[in-house]
Design a protein around this ligand. Structure first.
Ligand code: NAG
Ligand code: NAG
Ligand code: NAG
Ligand code: NAG
Ligand code: NAG
Ligand code: NAG
Ligand code: NAG
Ligand code: NAG
Length: 773
């Protein structure tokens, strides 16, 4: 407006009017009685997420990113003349599309004429026609969500409205260019509580019972069933724009998820029952398990091809016809007509290359090795080699088995491994066996990021349990109600995704009652998240270094904790397949379960974070001051003996209830180790004992612990016992033969800690320092 100069008044005025009118019309988000929408105008939802407009013969809603494909179409079976078409809300409350040469397409017409109506495009993507009452309330007369096309939005329903019998389902497009009703339909079966995909009425895929709600891949869903309606609906978590689309190929995809496929009805051939595919009884005799269509690109020789021009056939219809014709070896779309019609091949594609490169996509029949058949074959071979006599019976058995498998009378066989099994048990399902594209590693679950966000309420600080060496830990609750601890690793890992996953699989194998169990992980962009079992009693430091809470840990419990930690550490050092050096053993890394049994956490992380470096000498020192052995802190040399050192410190802390780094008296040696050593020399170890324990403890046991603790903190690694020595010394008094040597960091303390400020000395969080060596 500022630029509207007087000398160009007329021109400027018209320009300004033009821009203003464009501005106004583009901001409009509703249609009032008498108003029209034509091909040059559009409605935009309030926040601009969606637009509705008439383009290329259809009334269409486009999504947030203005993708090329509409999310909803008002007249999918009745294309109109774009130039003359209008969407109109007339004064009797009728919402319709008018265009020259055709009868109006009525979207809504009320039984009795209603005034005061308004049609609004909402930010949910729903286009609603409402009646405004004088008392300020509105009734929804019609909404686009009740007439889904191939897109499922959060808030949209799949199912049935009992009273009117109105059914909500998705129907795919006929081809990728033609939005008319296609071959596939996604429906909700309220009685079976499952989603199904049918191809031209024939059941291809079923989810299995989905329980009462939960997760399917990245999507959280709800199920509602009452006297008025029964439906399935997906919901949005944390504002992520989840949307499912049923493609013309039979694939059901999640448009905004990292994992795209929710279901693949295109891979169901009638003989396979994996991933939710359903068995058909009328499989042609010439088709066998393992037969499938594979896409190729090129110009196949069309000498012997058969052409079928019919605008009501999409690609999946061609596939079905080819599958049923035993002479057919491949197919593709008929040339131009919006991808409709078919070309069938009868050549043998397995002999040589029958096509030149380039060209368009076509499909050929191949026989992919069928796992189950192969396994059975191997089994038969082994049996026949081992015992020739059993061959006949084995083959008979195998044939019977196969026959039974082919008979497939029951829709849901035992093999039907689908989301239901797991959805029912855990409400979100282990994707194992469901989607080849997701890497599933041994017993580790891959948690979708949305689930992690949901479980921790967006990493709500209120759910934070603590800050571990490698990042903060949050309490999370899964939809099943299971409590978990979720560790969000700080971003310093230099590992790639593959190395990270490999490492996790190894760590997952470490199973011991005194180690915290890893349940799964999540990788999302730069995020690396580990999901652990939840320990209800926090960590050892929470009790140990607090006067009141310290009383909860009586000597029996403390001795049990010491025993548990030593067993866990021994397992890491000696009995696990990997030799793990923890490198950051400390009170806050010892978690306690509901019975106060100790579980070591954060093991394996140090290894994971520095895998590329030498295992014996590192330039990158991770650990916590006060727990680090001298050779590690000074020279970066570490071994199982550096863990033994940390264990010794921990032992003395458990006995005394004090932190090694606490400065309690200027006149005394500054750290706990030095203090313990002084008292040992003076034969006054009872003075070290935590006052919270009062007198109720076994003095011999206590003394043995202090003795072992002092041996563990010996200055030189060679003087420290191994963990198996520690365990035998702790259990049998007689086995202690060595006397403690002067411990590390005693007297030399002043030199060794010179570069370290008191602030750092006091800190309990892990420090990373890089030495110059
Ligand atoms: C479309 O509608 C706008 C505003 O109602 C009007 O100015 C314009 O002329 C119409 N265009 C056509 C092609 O009818
Ligand atoms: C609104 O449209 C309907 C159907 O086309 C028609 O029967 C009715 O007369 C129209 N009402 C007005 C006020 O134009
Ligand atoms: C508002 O008016 C409508 C129509 O008269 C009526 O159906 C509705 O119950 C009223 N709502 C309230 C809250 O009074
Ligand atoms: C009714 O609809 C009008 C127009 O869409 C809107 O401004 C108003 O907030 C709505 N009232 C209620 C109670 O939903
Ligand atoms: C079912 O519909 C009736 C009438 O519209 C309504 O009063 C009732 O609350 C509905 N029931 C449920 C469970 O929504
Ligand atoms: C196309 O296929 C449909 C469905 O099978 C059939 O009804 C129709 O007659 C066919 N049209 C032509 C031109 O062959
Ligand atoms: C398949 O090919 C054979 C021999 O070429 C022919 O006799 C038969 O009719 C064909 N069958 C079909 C269904 O096209
Ligand atoms: C195609 O050729 C291969 C190799 O010659 C043969 O084994 C196969 O049976 C043939 N397939 C068909 C459908 O004729």
């Amino acid at each position: 407006m500022v630029n509207c100069k007087p000398q160009h008044f007329l021109l400027a005025l018209s320009f300004c009017w033009w821009t203003t009118s464009i501005h106004v019309s583009s901001e409009k988000h509703s249609l009032k009685p008498g108003e029209k929408l034509n091909s040059t105008t559009l409605l935009r939802s309030e926040k601009g997420y969606y637009v509705i407009k008439i383009v290329t013969s259809y009334l269409q809603i486009y999504g947030p990113k203005n993708e090329n494909w509409p999310v909803w179409i008002g007249n999918r079976n009745q294309p109109v003349d774009t130039g003359s078409a209008v969407l109109l809300l007339n004064h009797s409350g009728v919402l319709k599309i008018e265009s020259k040469d055709i009868e109006p397409i009525i979207l809504y017409s009320s039984p009795q004429p209603s005034e005061n109506t308004v049609a609004t495009l909402l930010d949910t993507g729903n286009f609603v026609l409402q009646q405004l009452h004088p008392n300020g309330t509105n009734t929804t007369l019609w909404q686009s969500f009740d007439y889904p096309t191939d897109n499922l939005f959060p808030g949209m329903k799949l199912g049935v409205k009992h009273k009117s019998g109105h059914k909500w389902s998705l129907v795919s497009w006929l081809t990728s260019e033609k939005p008319s009703l296609g071959a596939f339909e996604l429906e909700w079966e309220p009685t079976e509580r499952e989603l199904t995909i049918k191809r031209r009425g024939k059941l291809c895929w079923a989810s299995g019972n989905l329980g009462n709600g939960g997760f399917i891949h990245d999507t959280y869903y709800i199920i509602v069933s009452n006297e008025n309606e029964s439906y399935f609906s997906i919901t949005t978590l944390n504002g992520e724009l989840t949307r499912w689309v049923l493609l013309e190929t039979g694939q059901l995809i999640n448009r905004n998820g990292a994992d795209n496929n929710v279901a693949r009805a295109d891979l169901c051939y009638g003989y396979n029952t994996d991933k939710g595919c359903q068995r058909w009884e009328d499989i042609p005799l010439c088709r066998h398990p393992g037969d499938a269509f594979d896409s190729r690109e090129g110009y196949p020789n069309e000498d012997m091809a058969k052409f079928l021009e019919n605008s009501s056939y999409g690609l999946s219809d061609c596939q079905d016809m080819c599958w049923r014709n035993c002479n057919c070896t491949g197919f593709k779309n008929y040339y131009d007509d919006g991808g409709t019609g078919c070309v069938f091949y009868h050549k043998n594609f397995t002999t040589g290359t029958n096509f030149a490169s380039g060209g368009s996509k076509f499909f050929v029949l191949v026989n992919k090795p069928h796992h189950k058949g192969k396994k059975m074959w191997i089994w038969i071979t082994v049996v026949s080699v081992v015992a020739a006599l059993l061959v006949i019976s084995a083959i008979t058995l195998a044939i019977k088995k196969r026959k039974r498998r082919l008979e497939g009378k029951k829709r849901k066989g035992v093999e039907t491994k689908n989301m239901a099994d797991l959805a029912a048990s855990n409400r979100f399902y282990d994707v194992k066996g469901f989607d080849d594209e997701l890497k599933i590693r041994q017993n580790l679950k891959v948690f979708p990021f949305t689930l992690v966000l949901w479980a921790t309420e967006d990493f709500n600080p209120e759910n934070k349990l603590g800050e571990g060496g490698f990042g903060p830990v949050y309490k999370g609750i899964l939809p099943s109600g299971q409590e978990v601890a979720i560790k969000r690793l700080s971003k310093s890992s230099r590992q790639g995704i593959v190395e990270f996953e490999n490492e996790l699989v190894l760590i997952c194998e470490l199973q011991h009652t005194n180690l915290v169990q890893l349940l799964g992980y999540c990788i999302h962009e730069v995020e690396r998240i580990l999901i652990y079992e939840f320990m209800s009693n926090k960590s050892l430091d929470y009790y140990l270094f607090d006067c009141d809470r310290g009383k909860i840990l009586d000597w029996t419990k403390r001795f049990n904790i010491i025993g548990g930690i030593s067993q866990g550490l021994l397992y890491l050092h000696k009995y696990s397949r990997l030799k793990i050096i923890h490198r950051d053993l400390k009170a806050s890394n010892i978690l306690l379960d509901e019975n106060m049994n100790p579980k070591i956490s954060d093991f394996g992380l140090a290894r994971m974070f520095t895998q590329e470096e030498s295992m014996t000498n590192t330039s990158r020192i991770v650990g916590t001051y006060g727990y680090m052995s001298p050779e590690y802190a000074m020279e970066g040399i570490f071994s199982t003996k550096s863990d033994v050192y940390s264990f010794g410190v921990l032992l003395l802390e458990i006995v005394s209830g004090r932190r090694n780094t606490s400065l309690y008296d200027v006149d005394q040696p500054l750290n706990l180790i030095g203090h313990a050593w002084e008292l040992w020399k003076e034969s006054a170890v009872h003075q070290l004992v935590d006052p919270s324990l009062s007198e109720s403890f076994d003095f011999e046991e206590m003394k043995r612990c202090i003795h072992v603790g002092l041996l563990c903190v010996s200055q030189y690694a060679k003087d420290r016992p191994t963990m198996s020595d520690v365990i035998s010394m702790l259990t049998k008094e007689s086995s202690i033969v060595t006397l403690p040597q002067r411990p590390a960091f005693y007297l030399e303390r002043d030199y060794s800690y010179k570069e370290v400020s008191y602030e750092e000395l006091n800190t309990d969080s892990m420090e990373e320092i890089t030495t110059s060596s």
